[in-house]
Design a protein around this ligand. Structure first.
Ligand code: TTP
Ligand code: MG
Length: 577
């Protein structure tokens, strides 16, 4: 999974990768050459007092050193460029995919983990690509080349290489194996922290209102402690790792000096060879260490790669039809034909056998107790969910055979939980129609009874809106959402309890103004207040996902016990007031 991902996303950067390989190769070979030049200077130059030789070899050495540094820098530069580009593209891939998700797909993962996958997980993969590009070429060459060069300097000390390299490998390998499961669990704990934090920040007002801070603090505390514990365990192993590596390096150095020193004493080896041998041994050990470090990153990054891949591989459960149909008319006739719908994973349907028709110029109202399925019913028209049985038709074509763009052109939904995006009022209003003129915006606001409060704002249309629209009141948010829907001038309006946060007078004014604008449109209103819907052409009484009664206000007053109950309950409330 990780490999497929990396391969797919690094393809456009092949030239960079080739550059990295070339530069790394050059820099490694130069690095391997340096100790041997050094040895020549000491053994052939200094010991013979040959100044000429020292100068000549010295300048070669300087040149090689410059090449080594230059190519190393270039290698790291292109490596970083590639890794960052891969990270950027992966993030973009995850983002694009998630935007194409239906509500069902998002629920399958949950928002927090989608966020972690698009950020932290991508970063882990990016890190591996960076490390991989920086060390992939250098490490094996340094290791093998180092061994060859060391043996060339002195073959009888070679046993030191055969002892120290495996010892280092075993020690670092052991620690890495212990670290891997910890890294894996760390990723889950980060998910958990994100989930808790997100929920608490979004629900902060509720937490305050119910004085749940201590409980929530505890809940976060547990998640935080979990993460801390894992990080501490990882830290403990790292604490072991560095002294262990240091000790092996120092012991090897001591051993080289001890045994090599004896050989120098007996004249079997020259001092320059000894220093060169020492440098090679250290280079080899460093390479082994880096290789193991990298090996350590692979499992963690591959966990992350899998998690990212899971998101990228999702085929969105709702997508545009392959051969979309185009309705003959753009009228806005809505028809539900024997619709039965259940939420994914739910056992019982929330809507059973719902049928009704709403024509242009008509207002259809839906009323029913909470949980009756009103919101669910509206969600089927813009195809937020696909239905199990029956058909939802728009201008005579089933919505599953329409391009979603075609649907949005005709249908505007004012959701029950009005949501605004961070930005300005203007930016939110233009959401459905970017080219709308300022006059259009003001007209829509006027109808939605939001003109006054926007005018009162210091910046008017440019007033800031916080994320989710939390810096305007519930009623103001509803009015802005209504205005946003009006601006698109759709054929079908869906108002899901959109007047609930308005006082009775504003509600009446709004409906009067709406009536003119929506005169030729199809309007489906979900409402709680009977007064909102008395003049509807047709009222559907929804109970437990079924339409139990239908008719006008007057008809229902006579025939529908359920409707009468609702009316009575509201009358008595009003009488009390
Ligand atoms: P809704 O359709 O949301 O009920 P409603 O709009 O009539 O209620 P209210 O007046 O309070 O706005 O929900 C019907 C049932 O569907 C309810 O039992 C909860 C369930 N449901 C889900 O399982 N998932 C969802 O995403 C939604 C919106 C509802
Ligand atoms: Mg609802």
């Amino acid at each position: 999974m990780l490999l497929t991902l990396i391969r797919r996303y690094s393809k456009p950067y092949m030239p960079y990768i080739v550059a990295v390989v070339v530069f790394q190769l050059a820099s490694t070979i130069a690095a391997l050459y340096l100790p041997s030049l050094n040895a020549q200077i000491i053994d052939e130059g200094v010991s013979r007092g040959d100044t000429d030789f020292i100068w000549r070899t010295g300048s070669v050495m300087l040149l090689v050193a410059i090449v080594q540094v230059g190519t190393a820098i270039a290698g790291v530069y292109y490596g970083s460029k590639t890794a960052m580009a891969v990270g950027r593209d992966l993030r973009r891939g995850v983002f694009r995919k998630v935007t194409s998700f239906s509500a069902k797909d998002v629920n399958r993962f949950g928002a927090p983990t989608l966020i972690t996958r698009g950020t932290n997980d991508v970063q882990q993969v990016q890190m591996l690509v960076l490390m991989g590009l920086n060390f992939m070429v250098a490490t094996p060459i340094m290791c093998i080349g180092g061994i060859i060069m060391a043996l060339r300097e002195d073959i009888s000390l070679s046993w030191l290489v055969w002892v120290s390299v495996p010892v280092l490998f075993v020690v670092v390998g052991y620690l890495v194996v212990r670290l891997m499961p910890l890294f894996r669990s760390m990723q889950k704990k980060i998910d958990r922290i994100n989930a808790v934090l997100r929920e608490q920040i979004i629900g902060i007002r509720v937490v305050r209102a119910f004085v749940r801070e201590p409980y929530e603090t505890d809940r976060f505390g547990v998640a935080n402690k979990d993460l801390t514990d894992v990080s501490l365990k990882i830290g403990a192993l790292f604490v072991l790792m560095f002294p262990a590596i240091g000790m092996i390096l120092h012991l090897s150095t001591a051993a080289v000096l001890w045994f090599g020193g004896q050989r120098v004493d007996s004249g079997e080896m020259q001092v320059g060879s000894l220093t060169a041998f020492l440098q090679y041994l250290l280079q080899i050990l460093m390479a082994v260490m880096m290789g193991t470090f990298m090996a350590m990153m692979i499992p963690r990054a591959s966990v992350c790669g899998d998690r990212i891949g899971e998101v990228l591989d999702v085929e969105p459960s709702i997508h545009d039809p392959e051969r979309p149909e185009t309705p003959a008319t753009v009228a806005g006739v809505v028809e539900y034909r024997n619709v039965t719908f259940a939420y994914p994973g739910a056992e019982t349907p929330v809507l059973s056998n719902v049928s009704f028709t709403a024509r242009p110029g008509e207002t259809v109202a839906i009323i029913g107790s909470t949980g009756a399925g009103k919101t669910s019913l509206l969600a089927l028209l813009p195809r937020l969910y696909d239905i199990a049985e029956g058909e939802v038709l728009l201008d005579g074509v089933s919505v599953s055979n329409l391009d979603r763009a075609e649907i949005t052109k005709r249908v505007a939904l004012v959701p029950q939980r009005p949501y605004l995006f961070s930005g300005t009022i203007e930016h939110n209003l233009r959401f459905g129609k970017t080219e709308a003129t300022d006059q259009e915006l003001w007209d829509a606001l006027q109808i939605a009874q939001g003109g006054d409060f926007v005018r009162e704002k210091k910046n008017g249309l440019n007033a800031r809106i916080a994320q989710g629209g939390t810096n305007v009141s519930g009623g103001q948010r509803q009015r802005l959402c209504i205005a946003r829907a009006l601006i698109t001038k759709p054929k079908v309006y869906l108002f899901d309890d959109s007047f609930s946060a308005l006082d009775v007078a504003t509600d009446a004014r709004l409906r009067a103004a709406l009536k003119q604008t929506t005169a030729d449109a199809t309007v489906i209103i979900v409402a709680q207040r009977i007064s909102t819907i008395t003049d509807a052409d047709q009222i559907l009484v929804l109970d437990n996902g079924r339409i139990v009664d239908r008719g006008t206000h007057e008809e229902l007053l006579e025939t529908s016990p359920t409707y009468q109950e609702i009316v009575e309950s509201q009358l008595s409330v009003e009488e009390m007031a």
